[in-house]
Design a binder for this molecule. Structure first.
Ligand SMILES: Nc1ncnc2c1ncn2[C@@H]1O[C@H](COP(=O)(O)OP(=O)(O)OP(=O)(O)O)[C@@H](O)[C@H]1O
Ligand SMILES: [Mg+2]
Length: 262
């Protein structure tokens, strides 16, 4: 299988981007795929959620983008077989002004990728984006083959989606013609809440085949896991949220096989 780079993006905060990056990666790693997560958010939630403490974040993605570290030295193994991480720290919030004078700064990450063969070892690379349509997000979209958009099943779910899609279109036109939206994943679905199911129905009616079949339920085990520095799938594999991420991983694998055959 060819290496696939997927940016997990939505400028809305708290919709499940990081949770999806961590658990989808873990599920794919469990099937034997070699997976890398790049934490591209200064909040560093993906790093924390994978148990990489602040003291262990030397050679973070900030140093890589600033040209102070080689990307091969920034990749570390996690506690999970086949799953690797490039961590982030708050320093990353300072990268945009630092790159202000650089030509083609949207290509900073892509150029680093192209110059490093070690990244070809991975089957999947997920980029966990910050909640903003910022340079960091544009860099991720410029580097990626595809985007997965987590959408929370709540009233304002669709608000901001058109802005996100416009940004993706612009990146496709100017920076990365091959970029596709692989799918929208509905998150934090609460079956006892009428609004939740109404939003899910609305989104499916609007966006149809762009929406993954799997719906991620709201599940307390999923929200507890990061405080133990573990993916939900490791913390409690039987939890409904964990099972949903396994099912999403199967869809992603199937989708990629179909894309490769096409
Ligand atoms: N399926 C779920 N069930 C219960 N809680 C969840 C679920 N998914 C995510 N959460 C919780 O919701 C919060 C936001 O999730 P997450 O951090 O993944 O979102 P995000 O989009 O990455 O946020 P940000 O925009 O700040 O980066 C977290 O506290 C997380 O544990
Ligand atoms: Mg996040």
């Amino acid at each position: 299988m060819k290496r696939k780079i997927i940016a997990i993006s939505n400028q809305k905060g708290g919709v499940g981007k990081t949770t999806t990056a961590i658990n989808l990666s873990t599920a794919l790693a469990a099937t034997g795929q070699k997976v890398l997560i790049i934490d591209l958010d200064p909040q560093g939630n993906a790093s924390t959620g994978l148990g990489v403490d602040y003291g262990q974040r030397e050679n973070s993605i900030y140093e890589v983008l600033a040209g102070q570290a080689n990307i091969s030295d920034s990749i570390r193994k996690t506690e999970i077989d086949n799953l690797y991480l490039i961590p982030s720290t708050v320093d990353l919030s300072g990268i945009e002004p630092e790159l202000a004078d650089v030509n083609d700064r949207a290509f900073t990450l892509k150029n680093i990728f192209n110059a490093n063969e070690k990244l070809n070892e991975f089957d999947f690379i997920f980029i966990d984006c910050p909640p903003a349509l910022s340079l960091l997000t544009v860099m991720a979209m410029t580097t990626a083959n595809a985007i997965i958009v987590p959408l929370q099943c709540e009233f304002f779910a669709l608000e901001g989606l058109s802005q996100l899609i416009k940004t993706i279109e612009r990146v496709r036109q100017n920076l990365n013609p091959g970029l596709s939206i692989d799918g929208i994943v509905l998150t934090m679905y609460d079956s006892r809440n009428k609004l939740s199911s109404q939003v899910a129905t609305d989104v499916r009616n609007h966006l149809r085949e762009q929406v993954y079949e799997t719906i991620i339920p709201r599940n307390v085990r999923v929200s507890e896991a990061p405080s133990f520095g573990m993916p939900a799938l490791i913390y409690d594999q039987r939890a409904s949220g964990s099972q949903a991420y396994l099912s999403l991983a199967n869809e992603v694998i199937k989708q990629n096989k179909e894309q490769e055959a096409a």
